[in-house]
Write a protein that binds this ligand. Structure first.
Ligand SMILES: [Zn+2]
Length: 88
């Protein structure tokens, strides 16, 4: 199950690991490199070695970090990765 990154209305200085959604929540208005740094730090904390310049899931896949897209309310559009479906 791959981690996703979701921009949420949270403190941009304090990214959050949402275990239920397997999602790293980052605040709005971060630039790409700030976001990437936070995502890498959290993934590393979660036990996923970070290689190269991108963010890497624990399975080795690249984790997509949202590009700056300020002031778009999250959850209005359903673009991007598919949410994990609940079984049953
Ligand atoms: Zn993965």
């Amino acid at each position: 199950m791959c981690a996703i990154v979701s921009v949420e209305d949270i403190d941009p200085a304090a990214p959050v690991w949402d275990r239920a959604r397997v999602a790293i929540l980052i605040g709005p208005d971060l630039d790409y490199f700030q976001a990437l740094k936070q995502v890498r730090a959290l993934l590393s904390w979660l036990g996923a070695p970070q290689r190269g310049l991108g963010a890497t899931c624990w399975c080795g896949d690249y984790v997509q970090v949202p590009k700056p897209n300020p002031r778009v309310p999250p959850q209005r559009t359903a673009r991007g990765r598919k949410e994990v479906r609940h079984a049953g």
